[in-house]
Design a protein around this ligand. Sequence first.
Ligand code: GDP
Ligand code: MG
Length: 171
Amino acid sequence: NGIPVAIVGEPNVGKSTLLNALLNEDRAIVSEIAGTTRDTIEDEISIGGIGFRFIDTAGIRDTKDVVESIGIKKTFEKIEQAQVVMFLVGSPQLVVGRDAIEVFKIEIEKIKNKFPQKQLLVILNKIDQITDTDLAELTTSLTPHVKNLIPISAKTGFGVEQLTDSLLNLI
Ligand code: GDP
Ligand code: MG
């Protein structure tokens, strides 16, 4: 069995797309509709000769939707099992204003506090949808709070190799 890696983040940030990019096959559900992935999807993949078990979770936002709540409970259980947590965010949602970045920093702290023993990778996804200037500002703002900050585009594949390199360096 591979090293368990949980892919965590709000619905629609690109978790399934990243899993697909890592698996290089269309296994996970990629959808425009937030909250579509209710169940966790797991798959084994070998990177640099090391086996990983990637776990695509249902997302962790607060919700009153019962079915979605079950998914969130499952997410925390999956994080418990994981050695590495990949926390994904959509970069466009962070460039709308200072508030969004501050909320994101708080979420990072929550994960750090709840799972202090886990290796954490913070992934800025969808960087194909923001300007280089915005990306530079985001990086400057987040770098002091995050040891492993990785900008990617799961859709185009940009940065995915740096991500797998970081993963190999962590474990
Ligand atoms: P999940 O809910 O976190 O699993 O998100 P999905 O992987 O289903 O992706 C939600 C939407 O965002 C889909 O329409 C994806 O095609 C799109 N998406 C994911 N990653 C990227 C990216 O890097 N760039 C762009 N432009 N779109 C992306
Ligand atoms: Mg998904």
